[in-house]
Design a protein around this ligand. Sequence first.
Ligand SMILES: Nc1ncnc2c1ncn2[C@@H]1O[C@H](COP(=O)(O)OP(=O)(O)OP(=O)(O)O)[C@@H](O)[C@H]1O
Length: 425
Amino acid sequence: MTRRALHVRVKGHDAPDPVLSFETLGETFNLSEQLLKNVASLGFKRPSPVQAQSLPAMLKGLEVLVAAPTGTGKTLAFGLPIVHHLAKDKKKYKRLRAVLLAPTRELASQSGELRPEGEAGQVDTNTKRAGGGKKEKGRKRFAENVTNTVAENKDEQSGDGLPRVEDETQSVWKNRKQNECGKERRNERQRASFAEQLSVVMAACTKMGVQPQKALFSATLTAKVDNWVKENLTNPIRIIVGTKNTPSLRVHQELLFVGGEDGKRVAMRQLLTQNMTPPILIFVQSVERAKQLAHELEFDGLRVGQLHGQQTHTQRRDSLLAFRSGNIWLLICTDLAARGLDLPATRLVINYDLPTTTAAYVHRVGRTGRAGNSGKAVTFFTEDDRPLLRRLLFHLYLSKFSIENTDGAFKNKIFVFKTLDHLQT
Ligand SMILES: Nc1ncnc2c1ncn2[C@@H]1O[C@H](COP(=O)(O)OP(=O)(O)OP(=O)(O)O)[C@@H](O)[C@H]1O
């Protein structure tokens, strides 16, 4: 099968051909039998398109920049090569060997849970989790090595090492004193962008004389990331699956004009009456709005949970567990939950508040329609949302979407289609 059939585009020298079976991959790259068994135990019959192209590139040790739609299996595309390299070279290095940076703690934990069973899939390692996790020594399963972890700021023996990088607060901890600070002080931590965090890691690698293989995976690629790649990666292979920065085609998208704020409540109740097949994810724009909406829906007798940055890590973990197990039907969240979380049973995402960026929209609606399943996303918009919506429309236009005909929607329908006409000309 060609790249064209896989909807994969590749730029860069020496890009390997896509590999369409895990067996061929195993033979070509000498993957251990156990690793292949572990993959089979996940129930994956063949590599998804992003895996077919990225796995050989990563296993060859090339640097890659990968954009592929949400829910298409990017985790295994970087997870398997990491585990293979860790297992292969386990005698060579004793110290931190892989760093996985993720935008939230929840996503980092999830990536670390990619855990096929099996003795030979285990690798001796020390793992540390970001945000104060304890150092654990001993035999770890397959992907417990594949954590978001970044070493603490001082190595016990040599006195140097990687600075601690806190993912979900996007903070850089500059010294051990801050590491020990209390909760209040923690809130004052200096915020750092993802690019700044990457720079911290890269600078530490340079200091330690390490030249790591670098790989970036996302469903969306911004100009900032592109610039970072130009400055920091040497001859990377660019792999684009499908259309860049566009919502997954597996998601049926609806725009629903609701008039104003009051209209959102009415529309929500209607929607839940028609589509009440939990679990349902509901995105709002702020913590305050999450709390308020949760309160209102609880009052209606619904089983509601919250996920946002003002909760403790335990509360956030418990919310996700309850949502996964079905104890919570509706999870009201901020963009904290938008990226990467794999909640396969979710068939409906509601954007109660319009996301402020296209990337946020793509990631939010991508919490459904995963692993080849279909899903539905309904996005409310009001008169005030028109400027934001205008920006979103082009990307919506590239994927399937429909606009619902509720009261007063007609002129909005015209607005949407006029904007599209304008974009097309
Ligand atoms: N080869 C495969 N065959 C079948 N299912 C797969 C395969 N690879 C991954 N999956 C499943 O697809 C789902 C989505 O995978 P994953 O979370 O890695 O997607 P992603 O591309 O990283 O999504 P996002 O962009 O939202 O982070 C998971 O439930 C995973 O188990």
